[in-house]
Write a protein that binds this ligand. Sequence first.
Ligand code: SAH
Length: 431
Amino acid sequence: MSVTGSPDLSSSEARTPAARTPDPATPSTPASDVVVPEYVQPPDRSTLPLVFTAPRRGKPPVHWADLDPTQRRSAMEAAGHRAYRARQLSAHYFEGLRADPATWTDLPVAVRGELASTFMPPLLTPVRELTCDDGDTVKSLWKLHDGALVESVLMRYPDRVTMCVSSQAGCGMACPFCATGQGGLQRNMSTAEIVEQVVDGARKLAAGTLADAEAGRTPRVSNVVFMGMGEPLANYKAVSGALRQLTTPNPDGLGMSARGITVSTVGLVPRIHELATEGIPVTLALSLHAPDDELRDELVPVNTRWNVDEVVDAAWEYAKTTKRRVSIEYILIRDVNDQPQRAEQLAKVLRRRGTWGWVHVNLIPLNPTPGSRWTASRRRDEDEFVRRLQARGVPVTVRDTRGREIDGACGQLAAGSADIDAAETVPARRG
Ligand code: SAH
């Protein structure tokens, strides 16, 4: 991965999770009568610092998808054209998904090329593409303008099409089971770099490049999940900007429903509250992975900043404000976090906030990163975990492991990138 500019970490809030001093005001283990056994296999401790502020790097060029409709009109005028041209250009980009200026037939031939080079600089250069599931899953590796690599995944289902996007090149959250987290943070992505991943997926669908773009049907990208590389809420401005571009109606935006969008986070509490006030009620997914602070401090190091009680409270508030059911992501790691007692404690932590269906749990079999000594849970432990949650009335699903057969290959697309599975769920297999 080539890197331009020297990373400036001086402004980063960096801390070693192991060096945490317990805060007496926030007990490290929640009051509970459930006894959680020591895990048999101690987790690989993350030795990386938490990095909340991205290193400053050369910014990507400004793109049409970075601007709001007012800015587009001004930019069009500043470029010496009539303001109404802005709407025409937006219609080509967001509605028609037309990349080739030759197809912009309502714009004067003489200015098409100039508009394209001024407002639509190439941001994502394809490096590799991997297809599986009979063409229904397409994973793309992109090179950004400065050489940073990011991945996106397009997943086609009978009833919907989901795009999994990256929000940062790398990630500063240092989760030890996640390849991206272990690779550190290169930089934040811009709004347009995020939007372009979705537009590319939409173009692939429209062009019928997927194997079963059958019988004249032009499927649309119905769902976007921020579950690729990066911590979306650590790049809040660009991500909220992208949410706006995705949900603004045509022709000024992609016109998607907020219902189809999921933002997944390690749990940056102040940003969860901020997201709730955006007026874009996307689904929040909280990567919890452990119901107790002792284990979560290890698995999700940002827990040393905002603990289990604080993130679950923030998620509950989010559900109350937005009326959207929150998804609790929980990776099952064999003998680390998959004990029956942890299922009981998870149910307790969630039910403490109410039983009105504000939440559901999405269990994810661990996809081991190369060299990791952790592995996915045994089937019987997974089943028991599901059963315990269900017995406590907690809705639970187990993630579909789409693309499993090419996981290894997928994981090699970007050095140091997470090979997460398709961020989709199916009903729990048993129980
Ligand atoms: N930073 C955000 C979004 C990106 S990761 C977050 O953490 O939520 C998206 C999801 O993939 C998270 O739930 C994350 O915990 C999970 N994930 C990361 N590495 C994984 C692995 N090796 N196996 C299974 N899931 C993984």
